[in-house]
Design a binder for this molecule. Sequence first.
Ligand code: AMP
Length: 548
Amino acid sequence: MTDQNDILLGDHMQAWSMTVDRFITHAARWSGQHELVSREADGSIVRSTWATSATRARQLSAVLAAAGIRPGERIATMAMNSARHVEAWYGIMGYGAVCHTLNPRLFEDQLVFIINHASDRWLLADPQFAPLIEKLRPRCPTLERIIYLCGPDQLPAGAGVADYESLIDGRPTDVPWGTVDEHAPAALCYTSGTTGNPKGVLYSHRSQVLHAMICAQRDTMGMSVQDSVLAVVPMFHANAWALPFTAAATGAKLVLPGAKLDGASLYELLETEAVTLSAAVPTVWQALLDFLTTNRLPLSTLRRVIIGGSAVTEALIRGFRDGYGVEVLHAWGMTEMSPIGTISGAPPPAVAALGADARVAFNLKQGRAPFGIDMKITDDDEVRLPQDGVAQGHVRVQGPAIIARYFREPGEVLDAEGYFDTGDIATIDPHGYMQITDRAKDVIKSGGEWISSVEIENIAASHPKALMAAVIGVPDPRWRERPLLIVRLRPGQEATAAEFLAWLDGKIAKWWMPDSVLFVDEMPLGATGKLDKKVLRARYAQAATPSE
Ligand code: AMP
């Protein structure tokens, strides 16, 4: 018999609050000797372990506590991936302060805006950024202290600067962690701000913990204690896609490449550290594949690569799969989603049954939503569209690690059903695969219909002579807009427009066919390595406008 009182007693399970420090505490206890391997600025390799780094992170918390930093206050980092940066994350967040990752590739004015907007009190930075930081400081009055992530020998000059090693040396290791509520903020990351000022996404401990667990699922990243994980994606680019959390949660070995992200340096780490899983944007992987092909090198341990941030090309999927037996996990997401939204990896049985070529076609799509993400596509009036793989609509998302409101901005950014509009346009097919066809602001509207610039780009980029391809809309008196194909050729290659148009012929609808092709020496990339179409439009849209 049920006693009515039992129901009134509420939750009968433990109140185990989800704070991010639990990740590294768990790693230190159960996988304490598993390594964190970092490449230093001088190219040398430094080794730590989860146990050692957890202790050092606690010592950093002791420094913050002694200096009177209060929980909730912002401590910034401007650093490449290293064990010290991982320790900084846990030391700051474990203590209850908010870790604000700064992207050093942003323009100076944007950095000044962000630091002031966040009221950052301290900045923990790699010494290589000292010249930039010295320029920013006079314009950032809230910044009291700069701590360089190095020893006393590498400390750059400057007023009020200190080195990390001397600072944490001999500090107590018993500062309490996880004392804040799980809904308290843990980390802050600003969007790259391609339109207007950057906007802050303030992650809570709970959202970070749940997001890392979403990522660790078998059909998402499927990380294991057996993995050696090379985190190429920078920790300032949407939390390095949660790798410093998921690696600690699983006890995996974590390899941190510092500033050297070229093909040769990454290859060396992949081989010497027996890396099994890695994550980066497509341009990094293309450079690695080119390096491997040119030098006829094998990959002995790598099994899976997570590629996201922009669309993956067929050349990349086939290059990894056919050349090296490496599986591509194509991921989509954004800063506002912590960032993982969908992933195209292990296919469901119905897709697996379609054979190897069909699997490539599905791998090119951005993938399926893991547990923890709900997703819909809608028309301009927020009406849901069918998931038939044909209807294109605005991608709207919901979940415990997805933004509700921007930091220090009024009001929620959700639709009537509580979904966030990602600004991406996509189809969803009957197998549940989402495929991005455009950014809403990059969509090409021709004769009242949408042309997918991304699809044309993918096909053009798979031309053997192409290094990169971009498609933008140029004004057209009759159709309103027509697509212009812009191509950067591989070094030493020459090609004609006719060659590229013939390559597209039969692969896209006739009316999608670009009216002209422009060859360029350089493609403008934004602060997170994405193609900057705003710059392309400014440079080429008018020049390419056909005269009547
Ligand atoms: P960010 O917040 O800087 O990570 O940028 C997020 C945006 O990058 C998304 O809204 C997409 O437009 C784009 N993006 C991320 N991953 C992919 C992908 N796999 N394919 C195409 N676009 C992507």
